[in-house]
Design a protein around this ligand. Structure first.
Ligand SMILES: NC(=O)c1ccc[n+]([C@@H]2O[C@H](COP(=O)([O-])OP(=O)(O)OC[C@H]3O[C@@H](n4cnc5c(N)ncnc54)[C@H](OP(=O)(O)O)[C@@H]3O)[C@@H](O)[C@H]2O)c1
Length: 234
């Protein structure tokens, strides 16, 4: 009898709702174990999923903007291994607000949450990903400098472009790393952040996002890919 393959585990940071939650649901449906993080103590969609998962969904608490919380999570995960670490958490601001209008506080909130904090999570947790594993971060097509020909969403774009650059620096610092790394552009999706005018439903984006993340297993180095697996110009 062929040996069944061991169950894989994904760690999704920011899995309470929206795209992160949908990823948790999708990986669970594909037979993976899921460790998802949420902020605070309130019940979220992920708690509902955990309740019907036969123990295959674990929930931890993390606000990525608090380094002490990242350290506590890391300590609690000692000895664990995750075939995929995916940092999904992110925020937007008023899309009409240009760099001329934004307050310093709002600029700092978006830049820290979308660029600095995801990298702090990657730096703290990357050693839990084995050599055959994947490290992914939710970027956006809006993070592309090359494709920024129409402006709009200036602060959000800047934060995702910064995230992309920090991830490139991480990859450069780990040049001999056998692991695959991905900056993911999920498409414009109808969520609280994407808004009702998004081009895609969550169901049109997330199964494909998961396909792409699974397709890079065993391919070392950093790629900036969209939900159809196409390279996004930096
Ligand atoms: N929707 C789109 O069209 C689109 C397109 C490109 C990229 N993205 C990116 O995809 C990711 C998810 O977006 P979404 O559309 O699913 O948005 P969403 O529905 O607003 O969900 C955002 C998620 O991020 C979490 N989060 C925000 N700040 C956090 C923090 N400081 N610490 C921990 N978790 C935090 C939220 O947790 P709470 O529930 O606690 O707030 C929630 O789980 C983001 O990185 C976003 O930039 C989205």
């Amino acid at each position: 009898m062929p040996k069944s393959s061991p169950i894989k585990t994904v760690l999704i940071v920011g899995a309470s709702r929206g795209l992160g939650y949908a990823m948790a649901e999708e990986f669970l449906a594909r037979g993976w174990r899921v460790l998802g993080t949420v902020r605070g103590e309130s019940r979220t969609q992920l708690h509902g999923l955990a309740g019907k998962s036969d123990g295959r969904v674990q929930i931890e608490t993390l606000d990525i903007n608090f380094p002490d919380q990242i350290a506590v999570l890391r300590a609690g995960l000692a000895g664990r291994a995750f075939e995929l670490l995916f940092v999904n958490a992110g925020v937007s601001n008023n899309p009409e607000e240009t760099i001329a209008d934004v307050t310093t506080d709002e600029f700092v909130r978006v830049m820290v949450t979308n660029a600095l904090s995801p990298m702090r999570v990657v730096e703290a947790l990357e050693d839990l990903v084995p050599p055959t594993g994947v490290i992914g971060v939710m970027s956006s097509g809006q993070g592309s400098v090359a494709n920024n020909t129409n402006g709009m969403r200036e602060v959000y774009r800047g934060s995702k472009a910064a995230l992309n650059t920090f991830m490139r620096s991480f990859a450069a610092r780990h040049a001999d790393d056998p692991r695959a790394m991905v900056l993911m552009a999920p498409g414009w999706v109808k969520t609280d952040l994407g808004g009702p005018e998004g081009r895609l439903t969550i169901d049109e984006s997330i199964p494909k996002v998961v396909d792409v993340l699974m397709s890079v297993e065993g391919k070392p180095g950093l790629q900036y890919l969209d939900y159809l697996g196409r390279t996004v110009p930096w």
